[in-house]
Ligand binder design. Structure first.
Ligand code: ARG
Length: 458
């Protein structure tokens, strides 16, 4: 018999039960549900709403149920509908009428809001740890590659020289924002909704603050209608995860390109690649491709939940039960992706020679050649035009800025002297880009120091 069957004169249809039930997926909230119930029971006892001895009995039985679930001795039944009723039913089965007192001054609406927040707070910590670990892997790669020259691209066209360290540090900046975004999200999520009741609170003299303290929340939610109908925290987390996945997807795209024979900038270890069932020569970057693909899946969760919440009137509506699968899937995906992605990078072989070769072609030192003339007194726009013509000439006669004879240089501008060769050397181009944020070894070292400090403080 259903806990809420009093008002009903006939049973619900079996198909309704199946559609209505959430136990198949919300059973993973068992720990949070029990912790919330324990805190609630304790408060009810302390406030004299139920007898202290009854509160104790409830708490002991709940701890036993928790143990049984963890040891696999608990059967989750579809008939119990959801995790909240499943545990309450079992409690009453075990301790009789006392168990029936637990739900005093509480509703499943504030219960589920509590469980979901508690669960996600925990998951955020795990994801945050995964992102920090990825940052430290990138830092290690950067440390080994401060002198590894490679081309940097705009429009995927070779643009200017940089180093692989500088490149890796760009991704640490992105991931650092991801980490701090999660921290911001956590800060706002840290509110305890119990006491909102079904939607307008309760007439019992409850102590919401003490429940929040017992459960380790920073604050209680402000308004009971909002307390049960708010899913912003889940949406915010999904947004944060979507942005993080977007970053990983961009990175994946680069890895996939870099693994191609056209680039060959890196080679993934066998442990993080896969083969083809037909083409014996193939070594495919499937992990990077899957991360790129799973990004769509996480975006899907965000769009899914935004759409569920759109136009819902206050307060709780059953539509909101659709929140959990979306969020669980996104959280599971990101948790699975982060460690594999980090390990794939940690075991990847960098190919400095191939990077250097790519950087030597494509006139990526042309800006520096123009800057050379500017330093000799020519206005930048004029220098830009001169170098444009010079590059055009080089392309026609198959020369590079490094190999063009000085006599030819001089026909484009009398300002050219022998020191131009030093100016267009890739090392010079990189080292002179000494601005904060730039690729010079000094600038990259400062970026690495900052990230190290961030990691130490995190
Ligand atoms: N299983 C429900 C959910 O996930 C719990 C809240 C049910 N509340 C209700 N009034 N039916 O949203």
């Amino acid at each position: 018999m259903k806990l809420w069957s009093g008002r009903f004169s006939s049973d619900t249809d079996a198909l309704v039960d199946e559609l209505n039930a959430s136990i198949m997926f919300d059973k993973r909230l068992y720990k949070e549900d029990i912790a919330g119930s324990v805190a609630h029971a304790k408060m009810l006892g302390d406030q004299g709403i139920i007898e202290k001895t009854e509160a104790k009995k409830i708490i002991t039985a709940l701890s036993d149920i928790l143990k049984d679930i963890e040891e696999g001795h608990f059967e989750f039944k579809l008939a119990d509908e959801d995790i909240h009723m499943s545990i309450e039913t079992e409690l009453t089965k075990r301790i009789g009428d006392t168990g029936k007192r637990l739900h005093t001054a509480r509703s499943r609406n504030d219960q589920v809001a509590l469980d979901f927040r508690m669960y996600l707070i925990n998951e955020i910590e795990i994801i945050r740890g995964g992102a920090l670990n990825l940052i430290s892997v990138l830092l290690q790669i950067a440390e080994k590659n401060t002198a590894t020259i490679m081309p940097a691209y705009t429009h995927l066209q070779r643009a200017q020289p940089t180093t692989f360290a500088h490149y890796m540090m760009a991704y640490t900046s992105m991931l650092r924002r991801d980490v701090t975004r999660l921290e911001d999200c956590l800060e706002r999520m840290d509110e305890m909704p119990l006491g909102s009741g079904a939607l307008t609170g309760t007439t019992y003299p409850i102590d919401r603050k003490s429940v929040a303290d017992t459960l380790g929340f920073a604050r209680i939610t402000e308004n009971s209608l909002d307390g049960v109908s708010d899913r912003d925290y889940a949406l915010e987390l999904l947004s944060d995860l979507s942005i993080m996945m977007m970053h990983l997807s961009r990175f994946s795209e680069e890895i996939i390109l870099w693994c191609s024979w056209e680039f060959r900038f890196v080679e993934l270890s066998d442990a993080y690649s896969t083969g083809s069932s037909i083409m014996p020569q193939k070594k495919n970057p499937d992990i990077a491709e899957l991360v790129r693909g799973k990004t769509g899946r996480v975006y899907g969760s965000l769009m899914g939940l935004l759409t569920v919440m759109k136009a819902l009137p206050l307060a709780y509506n059953k539509d909101m039960q659709e929140d959990k699968e979306q969020v669980f899937d996104a959280v599971d995906t990101v948790k699975k992706v982060l460690p594999v992605f980090a390990a794939m990078l940690a075991t990847m072989t960098v190919k400095p020679d191939n990077m250097r070769k790519a950087a030597s072609e494509g006139y990526i030192n042309a800006t520096d050649c123009a800057d050379y003339l500017v330093k000799k007194g020519m206005p930048f726009r004029d220098a830009y035009t001169v170098i444009g013509k010079l590059v055009h000439h080089c392309m026609e006669c198959g020369k590079t800025l490094e190999t063009l004879p000085i006599e030819t240089y001089k026909t484009f501008s009398p300002l050219f002297e022998n020191d131009v060769y030093e100016a267009v050397k890739l090392e010079t181009c990189v080292e002179l880009r000494n601005v904060p944020g730039g690729p010079s070894s000094k600038s990259v070292k400062a970026q690495m120091d900052n990230i190290k400090m961030f990691l130490d403080e995190s």
